[in-house]
Design a protein around this ligand. Structure first.
Ligand code: CAA
Length: 419
């Protein structure tokens, strides 16, 4: 019998501060409706130099092990997906292994392909377990990033930061994955990039949206072909995409999920045989269906709207937000997931929500993770943005959280807040 493999549990770490997105709009002389309804944002996480990619990853991974009572000796693989790594050579994963005092008998490495890096790590872990190579061990995959475009840029309201740690095993209480049915699409483009040595990303914003939609189309069609052949969805009755109970997308800003969903529906409408909406205009109209968006997408965006872009972690924040709200009613139902990384690469995959999803999400206690944050003024946010990345302020880490305390002879030193 084929192994059941997928995500057993997850944990989320967020920076300790955030700004209200309407405060940011007013400070920039922009109509707040552009950021709230135009981009779909409510709040934006703000990091300081002490909350770097390692600190966020270690906090999320430690929380996962504690909340979900994971025996560290079960872990055989630790992968960190990130596009905001802190060293050209030493991986974030090695810091996490050391800070959490995890056993030496495991593979540790980072995966990078812009926002797709976390999914690359997840697929490596899933396939490692499914192949039998894991020999009964579990994997921890951490997606950790800080999205930073800079003050007064078009991308500024789409910044954010945080980490999501995923426990991958043969007991997929959150999501049993349809291994082998993934659809992928890759294209060599300059839509978003961060040359070596730069702290802020460079982005061709509107072009990046088009690249995302084109790559999504290729990845979704690839998945759909295999899913139809496997009998998971059909070209009869409703459209194949409509047969997924929910679809979680990569969310650089919440409005992007709405655009992505319309594009996915357009793929089905364009490829359907038989009578359908005739003209391209009529197809566009049906693709943008508000009812379909409300049913299949809207409920996944609660965390993304309050945290902002977390690059590799954005899709997994959407999954967390979805299961936090609807874990119980979705148990046993198939959902779709779309990962996108600039440069670019998209992967569409599917899985079935586990019977214990609601119980696992209750343990993750996401409401209190967000409630502990402090709202800061735009002046304070700007001050934090201007701090040098290698000079963290002397702030005591919160209980259970890690912070970068200093960089001594090019070596990073971290402290953990005592509970
Ligand atoms: N009231 C309501 N809505 C308003 C408004 C108002 N007063 N003013 C503008 N809007 C709407 C616009 O109509 C637009 O909506 P639509 O896209 O539905 O038409 C929306 O607000 C945004 O307006 P603009 O397009 O004029 O905004 P902009 O040019 O200033 O920047 C952006 C938007 C390009 C997304 C920019 O924020 C950006 O560059 N972000 C970073 C890049 C990014 O996130 N790309 C996504 C794809 S790449 C990816 O996914 C990888 C990744 O994580 C980065």
């Amino acid at each position: 019998m084929k192994k059941r493999v997928g995500i057993e549990a997850l944990a989320v770490a967020v920076p300790s501060r955030y700004v209200d997105i309407e405060d940011l709009a007013r400070a920039r002389g922009v109509d707040p409706a552009k950021f709230t309804s135009g981009l779909g944002a409510k709040e934006m996480a703000v990091t300081d130099p002490g909350e770097d990619t390692v600190a966020l990853a270690a906090t999320a991974a430690a929380r996962l092990l504690k909340q979900q009572d994971v025996d560290p000796s079960r872990i055989g693989m630790l992968v960190v997906g990130t596009e905001t790594g802190i060293d050209h050579s030493k991986p974030v994963a090695s810091h996490v292994q050391g800070l959490l005092k995890l056993p030496r008998t495991m593979r540790t490495y980072d995966t990078q392909h812009a926002c797709y890096g976390g999914t690359a790590g997840l697929m490596a872990a899933v396939e490692w377990i499914a192949s039998g190579a894991g020999a009964g061990k579990v994997a921890v995959v951490v997606c950790s990033d800080i999205a930073r475009y800079g003050l007064n840029t078009a991308g500024e309201p789409t910044q954010g930061g945080g980490a999501v740690a995923l426990l991958v095993s043969e007991q997929p209480d959150l999501l049993a994955m349809d291994v082998g049915l993934n659809g992928v699409c890759t294209m060599d483009v300059y839509d978003f990039w961060r040359p070596v040595g730069r702290r802020e990303a460079l982005v061709d914003g509107h072009y990046s949206i088009n690249c995302y939609l084109e790559a999504l189309s290729g990845a979704y069609r690839g998945w759909r072909e295999k899913a139809v052949a496997a009998g998971l969805v059909r070209w009869s009755g409703t459209m194949p995409g409509e047969q997924l109970a929910r679809i979680a997308y990569h969310v650089p800003f919440c409005k992007m999920a709405r655009k992505a969903h319309a594009q996915l529906r357009l793929c089905d409408l364009e490829d359907a045989v038989g009578p359908g909406p005739g003209t391209p205009e009529a197809r566009d109209e049906v693709a943008k269906s508000q009812a379909s968006y409300d049913t299949q997408v809207a409920s996944s965006l609660g965390l993304n709207a309050r945290i902002g872009n977390v690059y590799t972690a954005s899709l997994y924040l959407a999954l967390a937000g979805l299961l936090q709200r609807e874990g119980a009613q979705l148990a046993g139902q198939r959902i779709g997931l779309l990962s996108y990384g600039s440069g670019c690469m998209a992967e569409f995959y599917s899985g079935t929500v586990g019977e214990k999803a609601a119980e696992r999400m209750a343990r993750a206690d996401l409401a209190s993770v967000l409630a502990k944050r402090e709202r800061v003024s735009i002046e304070e946010y700007e001050r934090l943005m201007k701090l040098a990345s290698d000079a963290p302020e002397p702030v005591a880490p919160a209980p259970g959280a890690f912070r970068l305390t200093e960089i001594r002879e090019h070596k990073r030193v971290y402290a953990e807040g005592t509970p």
